[in-house]
Ligand binder design. Structure first.
Ligand code: UTP
Length: 296
């Protein structure tokens, strides 16, 4: 029988230093792309993959992320009284989107540690992980593939091993990512392929491939045991990639190439790009923005 993925872990406890000073008081996962916060793009992606139990790994100062998915009766009533029913409906929908569970990461000890913090809620089931600052809109375009997390869940159900989403990046960029070690280059771009190891942020000359891990995963719960025994690695943090390398040598790890555009909103350039691309997708904004850009 196919194993179901019922829970997703979304780590949102990082310090977001690349976004300072903005991230001093506001979580980067709340950064809006036009008017939709990053975290909502991710939650909607997860829901569209049929996963309804959402676990935030949070930290001090991140309460806005959970509050955002709450109902706001006073605000909704205020809007309805003034005839702004469409806006009130929008807020009501957000309040009903999902139930969020949360667990605290008391110190930002790395992504591997953040995922490990979720073990008491996830328990002994396979689960998905989506990084809280990476988005892949718009997954509902007819031209594009399905939402990344949905593709990974389907691959996991087919092959029965943990699976990670990857994209090929230029060699010069490998130092920003976890990079895969592989035996042979996959022949088909849409089939899962075996991973033999991972390296955290290698310099181009040391990169074992150009396949970069892009913030979407499905794991067997054994990853928790590997993370517990993982010593602090690069940057004094417990790296998720180190736990993944242990998986490669035992239960196995596969990778699946993701299609579509990806934005790391923690990176100022990608954040601005996400804003422009999304504005150009909105009928009411596209033309005025084009006109404005022509004047520059
Ligand atoms: P990043 O490494 O991009 O986030 O982690 P960061 O550490 O907050 O950012 P910079 O590099 O200082 O700017 C990706 C995701 O994992 C979470 C972050 O909140 C982010 O959504 N994370 C990272 C944790 O939850 N805990 C950690 O210890 C590290």
């Amino acid at each position: 029988m196919q194993k179901q993925i019922k829970k997703v872990v979304i780590p949102v406890a990082g310090l977001g230093t690349r976004g300072l000073p903005f991230t001093k008081e506001i979580p980067k996962e709340m950064l809006p792309i036009v008017d939709v916060p990053t975290i909502q793009w991710i939650v909607e992606e997860v829901l569209s993959a049929g996963i309804e139990q959402i676990v935030f790994v949070t930290s001090r100062g991140k309460h806005a992320l959970q509050d955002y998915f709450d109902h706001s009766p006073a605000l909704e009533a205020f809007l309805r009284k003034r005839g702004k029913n469409e806006l009130a409906d929008k807020l009501q929908r957000i309040g009903s989107l999902c139930e969020v569970m949360s667990v605290r990461q008391k110190e930002p000890l790395g992504l591997g540690h953040a995922v490990l913090c979720a073990q008491p809620i996830v328990g002994d089931e396979p689960f998905a992980v989506c990084l809280g600052d990476e988005i892949f809109p718009p997954w509902d375009d007819t031209n594009r593939a399905q939402p990344p997390v949905k593709q990974l869940v389907q691959a996991f159900q087919k092959i029965g091993s943990s699976v990670v989403g990857v994209m090929e990046v230029p060699l010069a960029e490998t130092k920003h990512y976890g990079i895969l070690k592989i035996d042979s280059h996959p022949k088909e771009s849409d089939a899962p392929f075996k991973v033999v190891g991972t390296v955290e942020k290698p310099q181009p000359e040391k990169a074992p491939s150009r396949f970069a891990i892009i913030g979407r995963y499905v794991f067997e719960p054994i990853i928790f045991e590997y993370l517990k025994s993982t010593p602090k690695g690069a940057g004094g943090e417990i790296q998720l990639t180190d736990g993944m390398t242990q998986l490669c040598g035992r239960e196995g790890l596969h990778a699946l190439q993701m299609q579509g555009c990806r934005y790391d909103v923690g990176n100022p350039f990608f954040y601005v790009k996400a804003q422009v691309d999304e504005a150009l997708r909105r009928p009411e904004l596209a033309q005025p923005l084009r006109d404005y850009l022509k004047t520059l």
